[in-house]
Design a protein around this ligand. Structure first.
Ligand code: NAD
Length: 493
């Protein structure tokens, strides 16, 4: 069984804790590697290495243009390793190889985009209202960044978070999910090959409540960027306040996919399927609430059922598989519990509704694609994030009701709108309280487009030009060339 090591200060090293934990292939249900179960002392070692890299030596002295060139080299190396890294991700998280390959093939764009931005971080000259003062601002790296990621797309999150942080001149300490650490630990090797100075990119694996909490508590970490559940996000937000860290949170959702009666039904049906069954529903942007206009409900449901029934469950490594396993045992239990809750609340199950029992599925973590109708807005299945292949269908009469239902949630990550009416598309997309609204498409992402949540779906934005500012501090500098005699020092200048 492969035994991974932490990556600290440019070297692979055993954890000081002396402890390891198994990582499991969700499809086969078998452990396939060991990763360090790091403790606070390992976190401290990684943070110190990052701190050293930022305060002296090649990283501290490097020009922004040179930083950008290293990031371009890393992008090329990721491109050359797409297949290997994608297979590693599938081994650990059980998502489809086709999905992970597509993510990895797109991943280098974040390094190129922010690599190009590194030497365009500019301050400003302020036309200050004081005599004989030259006033300017500059942008400086915020400091050591602690990066905490979820298990569903580990390396995509590394690109989203680390590319802008490193372009800004920060050094990072990454703690990937305890369920999917292998790909991030392997990725570190590419940063070394690209020529990143020691200490700029560090990875320690471990449990959230141990290594993760130690990273959030560490006094020399200036900023935490986190992707995960809203419950953990809230805990981290509170904990980070004790040392006044900057915090960005990418959390969960209960995103509405709203289908109006003037839509292209075929496209809308495909969009609904992609929103909830792609990645076995294990995406933060899952369109888990289908809001459909009453008049077309039956026609849409019929089409969705056809699609969903034809979805092939199986080995995520095979190109014809559509639905893979649920990644982790606790998540598998959670999805099944929500199915039971929905049934007990009176929702009507029209597809699936339990574990998949096909004989050729070895690992035992498969859930049937599940669809509930007769869901009312007060039911838990309409309000809480399941993070699995479970769709709730609700109906609305008109546009106003659709908007009210869409916004009746504590979350605000994403929404889909299906309509041919451009006026309606503009009105509804404006009225929806969500960080991303897709009209006549779903699950589209780009390194150029800001991504993040409103309400309890998070704080801050990733991707796009603005994301780099999440990793910068602004400093105001006042430079006096006043040659007049000293004035009263007890009065504000
Ligand atoms: P999680 O909250 O359980 O864990 C996320 C990370 O936080 C892991 O690395 C974990 O080890 C760490 N962690 C856990 N407890 C911690 C603590 N006390 N202190 C510090 N770190 C701690 O989330 P998950 O189950 O891995 O991921 C699923 C969740 O992530 C879903 O809610 C999903 O919606 C969300 N998600 C959001 C986005 C987004 O971009 N908005 C993307 C993907 C997933």
């Amino acid at each position: 069984m492969h035994k991974y090591q932490n990556f600290i200060n440019g070297q692979y090293v055993d954890p000081l804790s002396g402890q390891w934990m198994e990582t499991t292939d969700p499809y086969r249900g078998e452990p396939w590697a060991q990763v360090p179960r790091s403790g606070a002392e390992d976190v401290d070692k990684a943070v110190q290495a990052a701190q050293r890299a930022m305060s002296s030596g090649p990283w501290a002295e490097m020009t922004a243009s040179a930083r950008g060139r290293l990031m371009h080299k890393l992008a090329d190396l990721v491109e050359a390793n797409v297949d290997r890294l994608a297979e590693l991700e599938v081994r650990d998280n059980g998502k489809l190889l086709s999905e992970m390959r597509a993510q990895l093939a797109y991943h280098p764009q974040w390094w190129r985009y922010y690599g190009g931005l590194a030497d365009k971080i500019e301050g400003g000259v302020v036309p200050i209202d004081k005599k004989d003062i030259f006033a300017f601002t500059r942008k400086e790296p915020v400091g050591v960044v602690g990066v905490l990621t979820a298990w569903n797309s580990p390396l995509l999150f590394i690109a989203w978070k680390c590319a802008p942080a490193i372009a800004a001149g920060c050094a990072v300490v990454v703690k990937p999910s305890e369920f999917t650490s292998a790909s991030t630990l392997e990725f570190a090797q590419l940063t070394r090959e690209a020529g990143f100075p020691d200490g700029v990119f560090n990875v320690i694996s471990g449990m959230g409540g141990e290594a993760g909490a130690a990273l959030v508590d560490h006094p020399d970490v200036a900023k935490i960027t986190f992707t995960g559940s809203d419950a953990t996000g809230a805990q981290i937000y509170a904990q980070a306040a004790r040392t006044m860290k900057r915090v960005s949170l990418e959390l969960g959702g209960k995103s509405p996919n709203i289908v109006f009666d003037d839509c292209d039904l075929e496209k809308a049906a495909a969009g609904v399927i992609s929103g909830i069954f792609a990645a076995t529903g294990q995406t933060c942007i899952a369109g888990s609430r289908l809001l459909v206009q009453e008049s077309i409900k039956d026609a849409l449901v019929e089409r969705i059922l056809e699609y969903a029934r034809s979805a092939r469950k199986g080995d995520p490594m095979q190109p014809d598989t559509n639905i893979g396993p649920v990644t982790t045992p606790p998540q598998y239990k959670k999805v099944l519990d929500y199915i039971d809750i929905a049934k007990a609340e009176g929702a009507r199950c029209i597809l699936g509704g339990g574990p998949a029992t096909d004989k050729d599925l070895p690992g035992g973590q498969f859930v049937e694609p599940t669809i509930f109708t007769d869901v009312t807005p007060d039911m838990r299945i309409a309000r809480e994030e399941v993070f699995g292949p479970v769709l709730s269908i609700l109906t609305f009469k008109d546009e106003a009701e659709a908007v009210a239902m869409a916004n009746d949630t504590i979350y605000g990550l994403a929404a889909g709108i299906w309509t041919r009416d451009i006026g309606r598309a503009m009105r509804v997309s404006k009225a929806i309280k969500a960080g991303t609204v897709w009209v006549n498409t779903y699950r589209a992402i780009s390194y150029m487009m800001p991504f993040g949540g409103m309400k309890r779906s998070g704080i801050g934005r990733e991707s796009g030009l603005g994301a780099i500012h999440e990793f910068l501090e602004q400093k105001s500098t006042w430079l006096s060339y006043d040659e007049t005699p000293v004035s009263n020092p007890f009065v504000i200048r």
